[in-house]
Design a protein around this ligand. Structure first.
Ligand SMILES: [Fe+2]
Length: 268
C-alpha cells in the first residue's frame, strides 16, 4: 500500500425494496456497479465512505439490501446518513453501536497522516441538513486533537450555496460549522453529496466539493435558481480522494456513463 492517502466516497444510493425502482432506475444494480468498480480499481484504497441517502424511503428492507451489497466492498467502509434516511431504522439493521455519544452516526478515521471526519447531517423530518450543537462540540474536540494533521470532512449536505434551485435544501445553518472548521488551520476538503451534481467551490476560504453520487443526476441553471431543471439517468459517480502531505486531490470516477472509448493512451 502506498504512502498516499487514498479513499473513495459514494453517496446518494437511494436503495429501494426488491423489485422496485427509484426515478425509473434500479438503484441496487447501480450500487452493485459501484462496488464492482471499487473492488476492481480501488482495492488498494485505505477505505470507502458512503455519505448518506442510503435508502430512498428508509424502509428496513432497503438497509438490509445496503448491508448485503455494500458488504461486498473489499476495503473498510464507513457509512453516514442523509435526508432520505431514518436513523432508527438504519441502527436497527446495522446495530446501535453505529451511533456515537452525539446520538448520530459520525466517524473519525486517522490514516496516512490525515484525519478524516465523517458527520451525520440528517435531521428527522427535514430535507435540509442540521449539525447539532453537540456535534459542533464533538467536531471542535476532534479538530483540536488533530491540530498538526491535515483534515478532510465528509457529510451528506452541502454547506455552501451552489447558486441553483437546490440551495433551499442545503445545510440549514452553516455558520457554526464554518466557525468550527476555522478552529483548524489545515482543512483540505469538505466533501458532500445531496445535490446529485458535481461542483467545487471555495467558501469562507475552505474548499468544498460535491459529487453526483449513485442515483440520478440533475441539470442546473447557473445563477438562475427559479428555472426548471432536469433529472438525468447518469452518471453514477464516486469521488476518489488522494492525499499527500502537500496536496489533496479529488478525482471523479463515473462508474456509469454514456461514453464510448475512442482511444487508450500509455504515459511514457
Ligand atoms: Fe439524494
Amino acid at each position: 500500500m502506498s504512502e498516499t492517502l487514498k479513499f473513495v466516497v459514494l453517496s446518494d444510493l437511494h436503495l429501494v425494496r426488491h423489485g422496485a425502482v427509484s426515478m425509473t432506475l434500479d438503484t441496487a444494480e447501480r450500487l452493485e456497479q459501484a462496488v464492482g468498480c471499487i473492488n476492481e480499481r480501488y482495492a488498494d484504497a485505505d477505505f470507502c465512505i458512503i455519505a448518506g441517502d442510503l435508502a430512498d424511503e428508509a424502509e428496513a428492507e432497503a438497509y438490509e439490501r445496503l448491508k448485503a451489497i455494500a458488504g461486498g466492498i473489499q476495503i473498510p467502509t464507513y457509512i453516514t446518513l442523509g435526508n432520505h434516511d431514518d436513523r432508527a431504522t438504519f441502527l436497527a439493521v446495522f446495530g446501535e453501536e453505529w451511533a456515537d455519544e452525539t446520538g448520530k452516526v459520525n466517524h473519525v478515521i486517522d490514516a496516512k497522516g490525515y484525519r478524516v471526519i465523517v458527520l451525520d447531517s440528517s435531521e428527522p423530518g427535514r430535507v435540509d441538513g442540521v449539525l447539532t450543537a453537540l456535534q459542533m462540540d464533538w467536531l471542535r474536540a476532534h479538530l483540536a486533537e488533530a491540530a498538526d494533521m491535515p483534515v478532510i470532512v465528509v457529510l451528506h449536505h452541502n454547506a455552501n450555496a451552489l447558486h441553483i434551485e437546490a440551495d433551499t435544501i442545503k445545510l440549514l445553518d452553516d455558520a457554526p460549522f464554518i466557525a468550527a472548521l476555522k478552529t483548524h488551520n489545515d482543512i483540505r476538503q469538505v466533501i458532500a453529496g445531496h445535490v446529485h451534481l458535481t461542483s467545487t467551490a471555495i467558501y469562507h476560504g475552505i474548499p468544498f466539493t460535491t459529487l453526483a453520487g449513485g442515483h440520478y443526476s440533475v441539470s442546473f441553471n447557473a445563477d438562475q435558481p427559479r428555472t426548471p431543471f432536469k433529472s438525468l439517468t447518469g452518471p453514477g459517480q464516486m469521488a476518489v480522494v488522494l492525499g499527500t502531505p502537500h496536496s489533496t486531490t479529488v478525482l471523479f470516477e463515473d462508474f456509469i456513463d454514456g461514453n464510448a472509448v475512442i482511444g487508450i493512451h500509455t504515459p511514457e
